[in-house]
Structure formats: structure tokens, C-alpha cells
Design a binder for this molecule. Sequence first.
Ligand code: HEC
Length: 147
Amino acid sequence: MRKILAIFVLLLILIQLIRPERTNPTTEPKETLHADPDVMKILKRSCYDCHSNETKWPWYSNIAPLSWSIISHVNDGRKALNFSHYVTIDPKIKEKRLKRLIKTTRNGMMPLPSYLWIHKDALVSSAEKERLEKWANSELKKLHSEK
Ligand code: HEC
């Protein structure tokens, strides 16, 4: 039993050596999203940790294997939609993401449920969902009028 525990602890120590990088790339202010303050407040509170370059990395994102999962969520989240580059997103892709934004917030896929376990304040209320939806629809309208 002791041996198993010792091996387990050793493994835990060893995996700490595998450290994927936690990044917060710098952003051009011109490229970032500038929406109404009430929309920005919701997005910054509930989405920006994974969908911007302004991630607030929690202390436990230093500890493997948790760090691996958190860092890959942030990297994948940024790849899917990065508000820090909102202005430069290709209009066709932007249209898709905005539609998905409405759907995924409405059905509770976003923010990721595992994120909400710890970030309880990130839960998007029904009124906030409506506000995000209204904003996304106005962005979609803008895209269509630019075509
Ligand atoms: C804990 C990290 C995390 C948070 C917080 C988060 N997301 Fe995501 N989001 C992801 C990841 C990871 C993906 C990529 C999922 C995939 O590729 O399947 C994603 C994908 C998306 C997509 C693209 C989905 C698609 O199918 O095209 C949208 C839109 C999105 N998120 C919106 C939001 C919004 C809006 C919020 C806040 C209300 C939010 N997310 C909060 C991690 C997060």
C-alpha cells in the first residue's frame, strides 16, 4: 500500500514537469471588441477567460493535470472565438460564431459547465442571455448591411 502511494506521489511530482505554456498575447486595442458597457460586462465576466487574450489564470492552472485541461480549454476557446481580435474576424466566420453564440449561451453549453463549478458568478442569467442575444443580432444585422 505504501509503495503504491509512493509511486502515486512520485508520478504527481513528475507530471509537473510537463508544463504547456500559459499565454496572454498582447492585443491591438483597435482589434478588440468594443460593445455597450452592459454587454462587455457580461462577456468579460463569463467568457473572456477563454475567449480573449485577457485570461485571468487561476493559481491551480499551474498544477498538472488540471493545468493541461485549463490551458487547452483556453487555447481552443481562443481559436474558436477571440474577442481580442473581434474586429479582424472574417465576416463569414463572424456570422457563424455569432449565431453559435446565441445558441450555445441559450442552451447552457457556454460558458463551459466545468468552468461554472468554480466560477459561480459567471453563470449567465436569463435577462443577460437576452441581452447577449440582442447584441449578437444587432451585430448580425451590421454584417448583412455591409454585404
Ligand atoms: C472555460 C472556458 C470557456 C468559457 C468560460 C467560455 N467558453 Fe466558449 N468555448 C470554449 C471552448 C473550449 C470552445 C471550443 C469548443 C469546440 O471547439 O468544440 C468554445 C467555443 C465557443 C463558441 C464557438 C462554438 C461553435 O460551435 O462554433 C462560441 C460561440 C462560444 N464558445 C461562446 C462563448 C460565450 C458567449 C461564452 C460566455 C458566455 C463562453 N463561450 C465562455 C471555452 C469556453
